[in-house]
Design a protein around this ligand. Structure first.
Ligand code: GTP
Ligand code: MG
Length: 383
C-alpha cells in the first residue's frame, strides 16, 4: 500500500478548466483508491446501539451557580480600644456557570449532566471580604443551541461566544454594612444567596451550507475529501462515518461553502433505524442538499426516492429543499450504463455524474455548489 501523498507529485491541476477552485488543485486522483484500503483488517461491524453512542448532539444539563458567602458579624477588638465598632466583612459572590463555544470541541459528549459553580467565601474579621467564586466555563461545540423548555435562549454560533447559564448568588453583608448613626453596634449580618438553578437543553445544530445525504457506501466521505481539505475516513464497509464532518470549499470570489458529510441514511431512518433520526436533524439544518447516489447499484433512482421519502417522513417539505443529485462512481462500467435512465427519470439538469475516486467531472459539482450558495445568500439578503 502506498500512501496517497507519495503518489501525487505536488499539486496538479486535475481540473484544468476550473483553476480557481483552490481545493481542487490539491486533489490527488489516488486518494480515494488508497483510502479505501485503509479499512482495518478484521474490523467488526458495530451494533446500532453502539453506533449512536459515538456522537452526542443533545444534552440535558442542570446548572447551578455558586452560593454567595455569608457576611460576618464581629467587632473590632484591640487593647485599650474597648468599643472598636463592627468589622464583619461581606461574603464573596458565588461564581457563574458560563457556556462557551470552542472550536476544539466537536460534540456534546464531553458535557456533563450537571455543573455546580464555585461558592463565594464567607466574610472575615477586620472588614475582610470573602473571595468570590471563580467562573466555571463549560466548553461546547460551535453551533450549540441553548434551550430552556421550548424556548431558545442562546445560539452559540461563533467561536468564543459565551452565555451565562447560571448566575452565582450574591454574597451576604457583614455587620459593618449595617453601621448607622442610630445603631453603632449592629450584630446583624446576612447569609449569602443561593446560586441560580436552571435545567437547560443543549442541542447541536450543524452550521453547513450543503449537506450530503446518501445511503452508506455511496461515496459521501470520498467526495468531501475530493472537494475540500476535510479528511473523513473512507472504507468499503457501511457506516464508516459515525459523526458529521464539515469541509470548507473555497471559491474564487473568496466565498467559503461549508459542506457536511452526514452519516449514511438507511430505509426506516425516520423510525430511528440505522443511525436514525439523529442525523436527519442535521440535514434539517443545512441550507441545500446533495443527494449522493451510488450509480453502480441497480436502479439508482430508487435511492433518491427512498432518501426523499425518509426526509419527508422526518419533516414535511425537507425533501423539497434546493438540491442536486450527485451520481457517483461514474468510473465503473456498469455505472455509466445506468446514467441515461437516471437522467430521464430525474431530469437532466438535476443529475451531476462524477467520480469522487478519479476526480472526473468534479468541476460541474463545484460550479453548481457555488450557484446554490449564491442563491442562498441572495435569499438571505432579501430576508
Ligand atoms: N470506483 C469508485 N469507488 C468509489 C468512489 N467513491 C467512493 N468509492 C468507494 O466506495 C466506498 C465507500 O466510500 P465512502 O466515501 O466511505 O462512502 P460513504 O458514503 O462515506 O459511506 P458511509 O460513511 O458508510 O456512509 C469506498 O470503498 C470508496 O473507495 C468512486 O467514485 N468510484
Ligand atoms: Mg462516510
Amino acid at each position: 500500500m502506498v500512501p496517497s501523498r507519495l503518489l501525487s507529485v505536488g499539486p496538479r491541476p486535475l481540473l484544468g478548466s476550473v483553476g480557481h477552485w483552490t481545493q481542487v488543485r490539491l486533489l490527488s486522483a489516488s486518494c480515494a483508491d488508497c483510502a479505501k484500503h485503509q479499512e482495518p483488517p478484521g474490523k467488526k461491524l458495530l451494533s446500532e446501539k453502539k453506533l449512536k453512542k459515538h456522537f452526542v448532539d443533545h444534552r440535558r444539563v442542570l446548572v447551578r451557580g455558586g452560593r454567595g458567602g455569608d457576611g460576618a458579624s464581629c467587632f473590632h477588638s484591640e487593647p485599650r480600644k474597648e468599643f472598636g465598632g463592627p468589622d464583619g466583612g461581606d461574603g464573596g459572590n458565588g461564581g457563574h456557570v458560563v457556556l462557551r463555544a470552542d472550536q476544539q470541541v466537536k460534540s456534546l459528549s464531553s458535557v456533563l449532566s450537571r455543573y455546580q459553580g464555585s461558592h463565594g467565601e464567607a466574610g472575615g474579621r477586620k472588614n475582610c471580604s470573602g473571595r468570590s467564586g471563580t467562573l466555571l466555563y463549560v466548553l461546547v461545540p460551535v453551533g450549540t443551541l441553548v434551550k430552556e423548555g421550548n424556548k431558545v435562549v442562546a445560539d452559540l454560533s461563533c467561536p468564543g461566544d459565551e452565555y451565562v447559564a447560571a448566575l452565582g448568588g450574591a454574597g451576604g453583608k457583614g455587620n459593618r454594612f449595617f453601621l448607622a448613626n442610630d445603631n453603632r453596634a449592629p450584630v446583624t449580618c446576612t447569609p449569602g444567596q443561593p446560586g441560580q438553578e436552571r435545567v437547560l437543553f443543549l442541542e447541536l445544530k450543524m452550521v453547513a451550507h450543503a449537506g450530503m445525504v446518501g445511503f452508506p457506501n455511496a461515496g459521501k466521505s470520498s467526495l468531501l475529501r475530493a472537494i475540500s481539505n476535510a479528511r473523513p475516513t473512507v472504507a468499503s464497509y457501511p457506516f464508516t462515518t459515525l459523526k458529521p464532518h464539515v469541509g470548507i470549499v473555497h471559491c474564487e470570489d473568496h466565498q467559503q461553502i461549508a459542506v457536511a458529510d452526514i452519516p449514511g441514511i438507511i430505509r426506516g431512518a425516520h423510525q430511528n433505524r440505522g443511525l436514525g433520526s439523529t442525523f436527519l436533524r442535521h440535514i434539517e439544518r443545512c441550507r441545500f442538499l446533495l443527494f449522493i447516489v451510488d450509480l453502480s447499484e441497480p436502479e439508482p433512482w430508487t435511492q433518491v426516492e427512498d432518501l426523499k421519502f425518509e426526509l419527508e417522513k422526518y419533516e414535511a417539505g425537507l425533501s423539497e429543499r434546493p438540491h442536486v443529485v450527485v451520481a457517483n462512481k461514474i468510473d465503473l462500467p456498469q455505472a455509466r450504463a445506468a446514467l441515461p435512465q437516471l437522467r430521464a427519470r430525474l431530469g437532466p439538469s438535476t443529475v451531476i455524474a462524477l467520480s469522487a475516486a478519479t476526480g472526473e467531472n468534479l468541476e460541474e459539482l463545484l460550479l453548481r455548489l457555488q450557484e446554490l450558495h449564491s442563491r442562498h445568500v441572495a435569499a438571505e439578503f432579501r430576508w
